[in-house]
Design a protein around this ligand. Structure first.
Ligand SMILES: NC(=O)c1ccc[n+]([C@@H]2O[C@H](COP(=O)([O-])OP(=O)(O)OC[C@H]3O[C@@H](n4cnc5c(N)ncnc54)[C@H](O)[C@@H]3O)[C@@H](O)[C@H]2O)c1
Length: 314
């Protein structure tokens, strides 16, 4: 019998909630928590262990160091400093802290011979994912980011609210940057296999303001941030879904942030796209049949991401 081991690095709002979600869902038998703040990570471990006493399955939760993570199946990176997000919406501000922090962590992980899957949450998500891909040098797809995964959940929730249909009947994606340039390719939206345009021809509830729905998905993080000072449940559920897809080798298509090697006409860049998620991470990028206008918006996103990459000398 195999023990599925998952590590979470950075036990702040996001990392702690992700660990809790994984524990409650019984996704892994062993969770290893890593944080530079020893008092905080010990407290998170104890709190999670208290919760685990009431779970119907066994989960072992320990505190560790990056150097211990070689045998993990999945490592989740969620290091950060939330005070920077409170200071500015400009992701470049956060990257000045997260990029060097992640570089040091990646060097330690590389030393361990880790050859599992690394899921990055830390922002700017596309940039930091790219940095981890470069630093870890694992086979293609093994490092990917939550990227547009959470943004897509927000879009889908909005579409469900507007149409009254369950989110599970909606196929829709936010694409491109996990940031302000991301967009919804409306030509690819389906409800039960029928296109949004076809539904809109006959039913008024499908004739909503598309720009507004897209804007709501982009701005949702800031609404949550303004009201409660952090975002946690949505991103934790997004990350836990991706980890489960890897551990169960599900081959499910999920929107993520991953490296492009010619798909959508782009290479040497990480961007938000749907991909097949399985044991080897983001195993295949799914190329959607975008309209010319949507292709132009995707190119613009990649341009934004490249510009930020050059700002970090990556
Ligand atoms: N991708 C997404 O959709 C998404 C959504 C929400 C938050 N985030 C990002 O997740 C990150 C974490 O957010 P948060 O709200 O949990 O922040 P937080 O400040 O609450 O927690 C960050 C944790 O990281 C730890 N840490 C910092 N540097 C470290 C290092 N070098 N080694 C080990 N631990 C380290 C801190 O001690 C802290 O416990 C941020 O970058 C945030 O922007 C991403």
């Amino acid at each position: 019998m195999e023990t599925r081991k998952v590590a979470v690095i950075g036990l702040g709002h996001v990392g702690a909630q992700t660990a809790y979600t994984l524990a409650v869902q019984g996704t892994a038998e062993e969770l290893i928590l890593v944080d530079q703040n020893e008092e905080k990570v010990t407290a998170q471990q104890r709190d999670l262990e208290d919760a685990a006493a009431f779970l119907p399955h066994r989960v072992r939760i320990t505190v560790g160091k990056a150097a211990d993570l070689g045998p993990c199946d999945v490592i989740i990176n969620s290091v950060g400093d939330i005070s920077l997000t409170h200071q500015s919406r400009d992701r470049a501000v956060e990257s000045r802290f997260t990029s060097p922090a992640v570089k040091a962590i990646a060097a330690e992980i590389r030393e361990t011979g880790f050859d599992g899957v690394l899921l990055n949450i830390t922002n700017p998500c596309d940039l930091i994912t790219w940095q981890l891909i470069r630093e870890l040098d694992l086979p293609r797809g093994r490092v990917f980011g939550t990227g547009v995964g959470l943004d897509t959940a927000r879009l889908t929730a909005g579409l469900s609210r507007r149409t009254g249909l369950s989110h599970s009947s909606v196929t829709a994606y936010m694409l491109g940057e996990h940031g302000k340039a991301q967009f919804a390719p409306w030509s690819c939206v389906r409800f039960g296999g029928k296109s949004l345009d076809d539904w809109a021809e006959t039913e008024s509830r499908f004739r909503f303001n598309r720009d507004k729905a897209e804007r709501e998905a982009v701005d949702a993080a800031w609404v949550t941030m303004a009201g409660k000072g952090c975002t946690e449940y949505g991103i934790a559920a997004t990350a836990a879904r991706m980890v489960a897809a890897v551990l169960r080798d599900e081959k499910v298509i999920l929107p993520v942030s991953c490296a492009l090697c010619g798909e959508y006409g782009e290479r040497d860049v990480v961007a938000g796209v749907p991909a097949v998620i399985g044991r080897d991470g983001a195993e295949q990028v799914v190329e959607l049949p975008l309209t010319d206008g949507e292709k132009a918006r995707f190119r613009a996103c990649c341009g934004e991401i490249r510009q930020s990459m050059s700002g970090l000398n990556m």
